[in-house]
Design a protein. Structure first.
Length: 565
């Protein structure tokens, strides 16, 4: 297809990437472990881990897993927040020739059981804080091996003992559980150090990750990401950020770049943009286990000059409104990468004013490893779009029959490229619904592409509100309302209406306590056409969000529907 958007690329960004340079993610790891052996790779709770230590520890865990008799391609689940054990574990699983099944630690027993059974997982590495959830379902799964980690495992003897005591007995964050056949993480390291790790031949089409998605719209499905997908996306992201790394206003990039990793590593956004890209570039990832604890986040970030900060609009917003965050040193901040949800202009402007670094909004999904498009990193301008297709990536806007629409018209965003998944694990019927015969993945997002190749998301198909026959898109409403100086957060949903079929309802968190419903209604009347204006406004102390900070419109909509009934 005609990649006319290439004319809009910054000069230093290549049109194509060569993902054949590496056969697997493990090759990227091996290269980084050798090249940067003495550098710090990750820091958690103030304790650093070097690339050499990550290399050695992951070989120990890999050797132990291999000694359990599992076969190449077997699935191993990881159920941990951002702690040092996470990068050790995923490197070990991949090096041993197995498949990483990332699990949200906050899952309920029902959700965990579904994911373990659907993936056919045989082993799990889990933080003890969540072991009680596993205990409730393990008998109904194929789990044969449980590795039990604790917060203090890799923090050294004295600090580790102290952290574990506080977590278990002071903060009481470890509910009682019984997993009698589990092996402790540090025992795995000790036993694995006496075993021989056997490297495994891996190729582009070997499965690397099962990244579960779609849980808010039904049963979660595993996006099957092969090594080719992740290698390609890491190289695409590396190419895309080059203009920011060589920004003449900032001077030469530091010898080692530093990531502030506040998003959970089990989520595809942080997995690729922090963990994998950070390792590829020899960077240091500062791990934040709980981004909602802003005081702790700021404390962990303070000693460092952060270079890259991938985040979501809600966290950018919260930190931009925290006066203590504004006191940090942003002199080396090169890329503030926005994803997961739409970045609002009001948030982008405030972030730029405080940090001097623009938010570069990108777009992707678990099914695309995740990044598919992004705004150029050499500009401060807020475009309100998801940017241009990444190198080696095609984006098409399709009608309901799967045919391209003319430029400037609405349609479903579809993506084709080496980062697109091979399908949903064990669900060929679901795969067939989203993949076109010519290799495009249909995202379910409605967008418009302009003559420069920039795409603006109008909304998710299923989030669209139909008011008297007119399509109303929540992103547009939320973007307008977020610009009101008295609004901190906002979500827009459709609710039943006798006259118009559906009406717009706003859920708002105030920044200014004096804000009234009348004030906001008047503001909307001045900024939105009649059918887009909200009919109802409800003020909340907070809005429900996913673990990565994405506002759960569906939960708000379901709640509103129950009230209406």
């Amino acid at each position: 297809m005609d990649r006319f958007w290439l004319k809009s690329y910054p000069p230093s960004v290549p049109h194509e990437i060569d993902h054949h340079r590496y056969e697997s993610v493990v090759q990227i790891f091996d290269e980084a472990f050798a090249k940067y052996r003495n550098r710090k790779a990750f820091v958690g709770f103030g304790k650093p881990m070097t690339y050499g230590e990550l290399d050695d520890l992951s070989k120990c865990v890999a050797a132990w897993l291999q000694s359990r008799g599992m076969q190449k391609g077997d699935r191993v689940a990881v159920m941990m927040p951002n702690v040092l054990q996470y990068p050790v574990t995923i490197a070990a699983i991949l090096r041993a020739g197995y498949v990483v099944v990332n699990v949200n630690p906050m899952y309920t027993p029902r959700e965990l059981e579904h994911q373990l059974k659907d993936s056919g997982t045989r082993a799990i590495v889990i933080l003890e804080n969540f072991a009680t959830t596993l205990q409730q379902v393990i008998a109904r799964t194929k789990i044969e091996h449980v590795v039990l980690a604790s917060m203090g495992d890799l923090l050294g003897f004295a600090k580790g003992m102290l952290v574990n005591f506080v977590v278990r007995h002071v903060k009481k964050m470890v509910p009682a559980f019984e997993l009698p056949h589990a092996t402790r993480f540090n025992t795995v390291l000790a036993e694995g150090s006496r075993m021989q790790y056997k490297p495994v031949a891996l190729g582009h089409e070997d499965v690397a990750f099962l990244q579960y998605t779609g849980g808010t719209t039904g049963l979660a499905k595993g996006a099957t990401l092969v090594h080719r997908n992740l290698v390609a996306n890491v190289l695409q992201a590396e190419a895309w950020i080059q203009p920011a790394l060589h920004n003449p206003r900032k001077g030469p990039a530091p010898e080692q770049m530093i990531w502030l990793c506040a998003l959970p590593l089990y989520h595809i956004f942080a997995l690729t943009s922090c963990c994998l890209l950070g390792i590829r570039l020899g960077g240091l990832n500062v791990l934040i286990p709980n981004p909602r604890d802003q005081a702790a986040l700021i404390k962990e970030a303070r000693p460092y000059k952060i270079s890259l900060f991938p985040s979501v609009n809600t966290l950018f917003n919260a930190l931009a409104n925290n006066p203590e965050f504004a006191k940090l040193d942003f002199s080396e901040l090169r890329v503030s990468l926005g994803g997961g949800m739409a970045v609002q202009e009001a948030v982008a402007k405030k972030w730029l004013a405080i940090t001097g670094c623009p938010i570069c909004e990108a777009y992707g999904l678990s099914e695309t490893s995740p990044a598919a498009t992004g705004n150029p990193t050499d500009t401060d301008a807020f475009s309100g779009t998801i940017g241009l297709p990444f190198p080696s990536t095609d984006v098409a806007i399709l009608d309901d029959d799967g045919k391209p629409v003319p430029l400037g018209e609405r349609g479903e965003i579809a993506i084709r490229g080496p980062q697109v998944m091979v399908g949903y694990w064990g669900h060929p019927d679901e795969t067939a619904k989203v993949m076109t015969p010519d290799g495009f993945f249909k995202t379910g997002d409605v967008g418009i592409m302009d003559e420069r190749g920039y795409t603006r998301i109008v909304d998710r198909k299923k989030d669209m509100i139909l008011v008297s026959g007119f399509n109303v898109y929540p992103n547009e409403i939320e973007g307008v309302v977020a610009n009101h100086p008295g609004v901190l957060e906002v979500a827009a949903v459709g609710v039943p209406d006798a006259n118009s079929g559906e009406a717009v309802k706003l859920f708002v968190v105030k920044k200014d306590e004096s804000l009234t419903e009348r004030d906001l209604m008047q503001y909307c009347a001045e900024n939105l056409t009649g059918y887009k204006k909200p009919k109802y406004i409800e003020f909340r102390v907070e809005l429900p969000k996913t673990n990565v900070g994405k506002i759960l419109r569906r939960e708000l909509r379901d709640e509103a529907l129950k009230k209406a009934a």
